[in-house]
Ligand binder design. Sequence first.
Ligand SMILES: Cc1ncc(COP(=O)(O)O)c(C=O)c1O
Length: 424
Amino acid sequence: MTSSTSVGVTDSVLELFPPGTTLGIFGELMIGGCVASDLASAFGTPALIIDESALRHRARRYADGLAARWPNSHVLWASKSLPHTAVYRVLSEEGLGIDVAGGGELFMALAAGADPKTLVLHGNAKTDDELTMAVQSGVGTIVVDGFDDIDRLERIVEGEQAVLVRVIPGVLPHTHAAIATGQDGSKFGLSAADARTAIKRLRGSDKLRLDGLHVHIGSQVVDREPFVRAIEAVAAMGEFAVYNLGGGLGARYTYDDRPPTIEEYLDMVTQAARRLLPSDARLLIEPGRSLIAEAGVTLYRVTTVKRGPRPLVAVDGGMSDNLEVSLYGQRFEATVVDRVGGGELCTLVGRHCESGDQLIDGVALREPQVGDIVAVPVTGAYCLTMANNYNGARRPPIVFVRDGVPRMVLRRESYEDLLRRDLD
Ligand SMILES: Cc1ncc(COP(=O)(O)O)c(C=O)c1O
């Protein structure tokens, strides 16, 4: 039995939506005080709705929670999870630093007014141009992912640049192989032996100031033990002023998922740090998915329903706005916004020309009909990030909702946008 078949109660459905999601007097879904079907009418579908209060609340839980447990610390938002200027602005306002992976995210963070000193640049294949841009814009820390980064930085830096060395901890968490990053042979970071060589080299540099180490084991990690093993691995490298422990905490996507809460994660990380790392070290963490996924909901319109042993409900989006399903087999849940919870087991499929374009294989939807709006919760992270123009799809808008007021912060692409880069 899939997790959805066991659900008939509206309360369980609402649990996956941002806190503050309610039902109106006719049972209609309301997100951030806005009626979901009104949002769909006003902004079209598919649309990514971000509950701004929920996002800010999660940022505060991370920031206040880490500061209370380990005062010499900072939470950095892994901006690859939803890189858009409005999100950079909101999370900077909440006091978070920002992890940028490459020139594009760096450009967006700076355009949003983020303080360059709070930025950390990552990347396993950074170019000269990206490193020059980072150094010239005053990025606080650059994470050295390999010896080529050191060669490049030695050439580019004129004054002094703070760096961390990314270490492969030899830890393979239980997650999809495509998003595991800490196993031996990973393309990210340096093996312990190579990291030691890099550390020695950096200690001899008069331009690159080695502050400490970085480690990141992957994404959608729900077990605690791999995080602890990663901390053990960096502790074994010696004492440093800074340890960046990466991100990776899993989000709750389905009724059955029970990932550690933000507070449980912070307890676990700081307890391990207390046991293994110098007590005066600065601790950084870089959550992406667990910070932002649960603040987002995608609204789709049903375009076709094919009846059969299991109804096929097709919507106007799919793998052009949510690649998590096809890339990682991530399971989501869904509901019709005007008939929330319960219903018959359906397959929710996208509009794209691949049989693999299924959004949910087995989800209870109540009396789905053409024209209905279907809401898929927990789509704040890595969905819009990887949105694409497959089949000429126009990438969706982002609409912030707060206290009953919607605010579109990114418009939908137009058909003209699809031609905009054409030269001939
Ligand atoms: C270096 C680094 N830090 C942090 C993150 C954020 O991970 P997550 O979104 O799973 O928290 C990633 C994501 O892959 C990453 O590569």
